[in-house]
Ligand binder design. Structure first.
Ligand SMILES: C[S@@+](CC[C@H](N)C(=O)[O-])C[C@H]1O[C@@H](n2cnc3c(N)ncnc32)[C@H](O)[C@@H]1O
Length: 233
């Protein structure tokens, strides 16, 4: 029996343990907003994509702006049929390749060093945590456009449009929950322009450690919104 014939429910804790094996970026760059999505968030998102929507097992998955490849490698672990990860940063891709080698996944994931504009073809599922545009305005728009050009189901992380103290408090109390929220009117308009339909927006609390020179605090917590989008035919 092949790897895709029978779906096996993988406990989230196993997924998290596996994701922890992924090697970290040795020198992330601020101008590319190269912060890595924390393991707990990657696991929550992949778990939701697979267990609510079955959009990973047996599917073709593209990780746009993959960095060290957490979403790509996690998708392979959950049974994706074919996985591609692309990032323009050579060090990030070399690190992802090093992880693939250590975990014997070398023949299972295609890693590409390049700009996302180089991607052609069709994928069942696109997962992306694009730069939010803090360093380069609207950097995430190019990602949404490409994802909707090549993907049927798109899962895209964006910054939450406002500082919502009450929501942060709720999310702090339970890091496992995803709270359903309305989409930002701007992103909704942009997504619809590219023939996408928003099926849900889920807020989560992301905490990252001090990484760059301009970081003054030991850690930063902020709300992120996961957009689940379907490309209309
Ligand atoms: C916020 S990081 C996320 C990394 C990884 N997906 C994760 O979640 O851990 C955004 C990534 O997008 C990459 N990136 C930015 N612009 C890009 C572009 N035009 N083409 C390909 N990759 C790009 C950066 O190098 C960076 O690794």
């Amino acid at each position: 029996m092949g790897r895709y014939d029978q779906k096996r429910i993988i406990p989230k804790i196993d997924l998290q343990k596996f994701l922890k094996k992924i090697i970290e970026h040795p020198n992330p760059k601020a101008d590319l907003e190269q912060y890595t999505t924390p393991v707990s968030i990657v696991a929550n998102i992949l778990f939701m994509i697979e267990n609510s929507n079955i959009d990973i097992h047996g599917k073709t998955v593209l990780d746009l702006g993959c960095g060290t490849g957490r979403f790509a490698i996690g998708s392979y672990y959950l049974g994706a049929q074919q996985v591609v990860g692309i990032d323009l940063d050579k060090t990030a891709i070399k690190t992802a390749q090093e992880t693939s080698k250590r975990l014997n996944l070398e023949n299972n994931i295609d890693w590409i060093i390049g700009d996302i504009s180089a991607i052609r073809g069709h994928f069942d599922t696109v997962i992306q945590n694009p730069p939010f545009g803090i360093q380069k305005r609207h950097a995430d728009r190019k990602f949404l456009k490409k994802a909707l050009e090549v993907g049927k189901n798109v899962y895209s992380i964006h910054s939450h449009p406002s500082f919502d103290k009450k929501l942060i408090k709720i999310l702090r109390k339970n890091s496992e929950i995803l709270i359903r929220r309305p989409p930002s009117s701007f992103l909704k308009k942009y997504i619809e322009e590219y023939n996408g339909k928003i099926c849900g927006v889920y807020s989560m609390l992301m905490t990252i450690p001090r990484m760059f020179n301009f970081h003054k605090k030991r850690k930063y917590s902020f709300i992120i919104d996961l957009y689940w989008i379907k490309k209309l035919d």
